[in-house]
Structures are given as C-alpha cells and as structure tokens.
Design a protein around this ligand. Structure first.
Ligand SMILES: CC(=O)N[C@H]1[C@@H](OP(=O)(O)O)O[C@H](CO)[C@@H](O)[C@@H]1O
Ligand SMILES: [Mg+2]
Length: 517
C-alpha cells in the first residue's frame, strides 16, 4: 500500500475506534464489533466495518457521526468532536464501553489493529482481540455476547461455539438425508480458507455420510493471492470459474469472497458451458424450501415467507418468486443493511444481493411459533424439526458464506437435486453491468429503490425511451456507493440486445451534464 493511503487508513481506523466506543457507551456498554477487512477488494486495500449489538450493521443514523469524526481536521480537534457527540447524544461518559474486533488475512491488518487499540485505550474502552475471523463470525460472536443470559441467547461467544452450533444444526437439518457427490469451495485465498478447514473438523467425515468439501484457493501465506483470479467477485463479475478450477462437469463449485460473507455457486454443464448460480438462485432455492417446509409443518398461514432483492436481481428470478413460488418480493436500495432491514418485516425474510451476500432472518414471533408449535402428524413433525434446525444453521446476523454453503447443501440433499435441477428452476435473462466513469457521480440521484434517476433532469426520460425499444428490456443507472463511478445495469431478451441497451444507457449517462434547476 502506498504511504499516503496507509496514513489515511490509520486515521480512519482510529476514528472508527472512537465511534465504536461512543456507540457502546450510548447503548449502556453493550458490545460493539469492529472488523478490519476489505472484503473482495485487492490485497493492498483495507477497510473497517462496525457491528451493532445484535450482530447487525451499524444503525444508519450513526453513520453521520462517523462522517463527523472522519472530517475532524486534526487530532486535537478530533477529541473536541468526540466530546460534542457525547453531548449531542446524551452519552454518559462514565459508562463502561466494550468493543471486540477481528481482522481478515491482509498484511496491513495487524498494524491497523494496533491503531484501533490506541483509539480504544484513549477512550478507556474494554476490548477483546479475536484475531483472525471471517466477518460473519465476528457478527455472530457480537450477538452472542449481547444476548448471553437472555431468552434470546444466540450461542457460545467463541469461534468454537460458532463451529459447534453450525455442526450440530447441520446434522439436525439433514434429517437422515444423504449428500450426493462433493462440493469444491474456492476460498479466494482469504480468511474463509482456514476457517472452513476448521469447520470441517466439526462435521462428520464423508466416510460416515458427511459432506465431502474440497477446499481450494486457501493459500493465506502469500497475501498477493487474495481475491486474485478467484473468489466470488471474480466469478460473478467475469461470469466464469477461476482459471485454476479443474472441476469435472456437473460437479458443484462455490466461491467465497475475501472475508467470507458472500458466496456464489456454479458448475460446468455436460457440454462444458459455465453456469452461474448466484445470490438470486440461492434466495429462490431457500425461499422455495422454507415455504414448502412451513406448509408441510402446517404453519403455512402462520409463517409468511418473503424475499428481498435489489434492482440488480435478475428479472427472471423476481418473476419466478412471484409467479411460481407465489411469494411476495420487496425491492430495496443496494447495500445489505437495506435488504436486512426489509427482511425483518416478514416472519421469514430471505434476502440476497445478486452478488451472493445474503441470509434468512426469522422474526421473534416466528421463532416463538416454531418453538411452541405442536405437530399433528409425523410429516409435520419432520418438517418442523428441519425448520427449527435451519434457524440455528443459518447465521441470522448477516450474510455468511460458510452457513449459506451448508444451507444450500442441505436443501439440495432434501430435494435430491444436483446443480442442473437447481439451474432449471428458471432461465436468467441475459444481463450486463457496465461501470461508467463520470466527472461527478453525485449529480446522479436515484429514487424508487434506485431504479429511477430523478436527477439530472431529463436523463430518466432518455433511459425510458431507450428501454422501450427492447423486448423484455430493463435498465437503470445509479451512482455507486463504494466506487467513484455510475453503474449501468441492463437486461433484454437476447445477449446482443442486452449489450446494445447497456451501451445506449451508458452513453446517456456519459452525456448527462447534470445542470440542475
Ligand atoms: C452492483 C453491486 O454489486 N454493488 C455492490 C457494491 O455497491 P455499489 O454501491 O454498487 O458500489 O458494493 C456493496 C458493498 O460491498 C454491495 O453491497 C453491492 O452489492
Ligand atoms: Mg465481503
């Protein structure tokens, strides 16, 4: 990493440490998590994520305080800003603050941890260093710590507790079903590799009917290999397997990202064609399975399943959920926090971004119903047991590649499906994502779950006109929240039309001058 970037990152991590301390104090000393990772990005990047007490992402209203701290011009001013937030939020400065943290395998991680510790020490915050973890493991532990001793106790607040809970619920969820064949998991040469190997130690071996998991791309000793030519983002973006993949046709493959909170599946057809089974596919698979289980358990009316997607979900997946599965779909703005929030409105909310980040959340009421319900027949009893096991197998705090992997494997085993049957549930519309670099992306203001631009004026009308010329055409443009660019997404009936539509909309975006008012 170049020196300037590294100094900037030190300052960001220090300020996030202050924010975590403030947040914990505001919440009467509940534990806040800090994860040092840059996910699917190149190895020289790094970043930091905050975890709220229930394992959710930092509450949106608090992002503004993060910005205020980030904008403090100097170290001296920084503590003035810190004190002003204490006043503004009516925080009792004497409340004990508690923070836990972990990092992925990036070489800058250890140094950033030392900066984080400086911030926690400066604010008299108690902390625990969980060393190397996947992002979802830190979310899990954060929730466990904050629910310990309560009726909602989530589990043992340790890495081992995570493996034990996952392994025991997997066994229960299988209900004696058999796995067929193996799954090859590309770990992006990130922290998911060693953690998946650790998890496997808690699972029954293939010789005893356990799942055969072949771990590949798990080299964490050469940091430059992280996310390089492998991993979920590579596979989703390039729509092909990592070049190192030697999987035989029709065998299940999956790729994680650098911090193991995303997963996509794929396989090669008998004729060698690459078939991607992305986040939309995982969502539809999970929603169909859970919906069926709820009905079989006799809880069809009492357990309303819904699916949450973003505008990037393939239109065919949305049609499949509404028309074939007959389940409601909600579309939210991009970013997991939006999806997660919308999913909590259902009894069982299944949410996934197309890129493979997602999970299933069960409402408190749904959990209570599942606990209390008395089945009326052996069939109801078996469906109920599976549902109960899924509530423990699924990491409900955040999208978790390891628990999502096992969820998919359980469902395929129950359905007796290979990747082909899964792929045949619906046919994706051809789609194209284009990144357009513009002088000022902030002039592009999106509304309606980011499906339409309200500004610059007139641009949406031009996009609508372009879309109208294509059969099954759908396209939208929005400013990225993470990169200095506008993203254009397009779908149409054929590959060439999709490309054509994407290029037309990209040209509209490039030409937009953004003279407002
Ligand atoms: C089209 C796309 O994949 N967008 C990604 C990307 O957001 P943008 O706001 O589009 O840059 O990064 C987000 C954070 O990782 C992720 O949640 C989201 O899905
Ligand atoms: Mg990630």
């Amino acid at each position: 990493m170049d020196r300037n970037r590294s100094i900037l990152l030190d300052s960001v991590v220090f300020r996030v440490g202050l924010l975590a301390a403030l947040r914990s104090r505001k919440l009467n000393g509940q534990t806040i998590g800090v994860m040092i990772t840059a996910s699917h990005n190149p190895p020289e990047d790094n970043g930091v994520k905050l975890v709220d007490p229930m394992g959710e992402m930092l509450e949106e209203s608090w992002e503004a305080y993060g910005t205020t701290l980030a904008n403090a011009p100097s170290e001296e001013k920084l503590f003035e800003v810190y004190d002003s937030i204490i006043k503004e939020c009516h925080i009792n400065p004497d409340t004990k603050a508690n923070v836990i943290f972990a990092r992925d395998t990036r070489s800058s991680g250890a140094h950033l941890v030392s900066i984080l510790i400086e911030a926690l020490t400066a604010t008299d915050t108690a902390y625990t260093d969980y060393k190397l973890l996947t992002t979802p493991q830190l979310h899990y532990i954060t929730r466990c710590l904050n629910t310990k001793g309560s009726p909602y106790e989530y589990g043992e607040p340790t890495e081992q507790g995570y493996y034990e809970k996952t392994a025991s619920s997997l066994k229960l969820a299988m209900q004696g079903r058999q796995f067929s064949g193996s799954v090859t998991v590309d770990c992006a040469n990130g922290v998911g590799g060693p953690k998946l190997r650790e998890l496997i130690k808690y699972l029954p071996p293939p010789s005893e009917g356990g799942l055969e998991i072949k771990v590949v791309n798990d080299d964490v000793l050469k940091p430059e290999r992280l996310n390089h030519q492998c991993g979920a983002d590579f596979v989703k973006t390039n729509q092909r397997a990592p070049p190192s993949s030697h999987a035989a046709p029709m065998t299940r493959c999956a790729s994680l990202d650098g911090d193991a909170d995303r997963i996509v599946y794929y396989f090669n057809d008998v004729d060698g064609t690459f078939r991607l089974l992305d986040g939309d596919r995982i969502a539809t698979l999970a929603a169909s399975f859970i919906g069926d289980l709820a009905r079989s358990a006799g809880l069809g009316e009492k357990l309303k399943v819904g699916v949450v997607q973003t505008a990037y979900a393939n239109g065919a997946s949305t049609a499949y959920v509404t028309q074939d599965l007959r389940l409601p779909v909600v579309c939210t703005a991009t970013g997991v926090k939006h999806l997660h929030h919308a999913a909590t409105k259902f009894d069982v909310g299944v949410y996934f971004e197309a890129n493979g980040h997602g999970t299933v959340v069960f409402s408190d009421l749904a959990l209570k119903r599942l606990k209390k319900y008395e089945p009326q027949s052996p069939a109801q009893s078996s469906a109920l047991d599976t549902l109960r096991a899924l509530t423990a197998l699924i990491n409900q705090t955040v999208g978790d590649a390891l628990s999502d992997l096992l969820l998919v494997e359980v469902i395929l085993a129950h359905k007796g499906w290979g990747p082909k049957e899964w792929d045949l549930t619906y046919t994706d519309l051809p789609n194209r994502l284009v990144r357009v670099e513009v002088a000022d992306r902030y002039i592009f203001k999106a509304v309606d779950a980011e499906r339409r631009l309200e500004s610059p004026p007139g641009v949406q009308a031009q996009i609508d006109a372009a879309v109208g010329k294509f059969k099954n055409g759908r396209s939208f443009a929005r400013a990225s929240g993470t990169e200095d660019a506008v993203r254009v997404y397009a779908e149409a009936a054929s590959r060439s039309e999709t490309e054509d539509l994407a290029q037309k909309v990209a040209a509209i975006v490039r030409q937009a001058r953004g003279e407002i008012g």
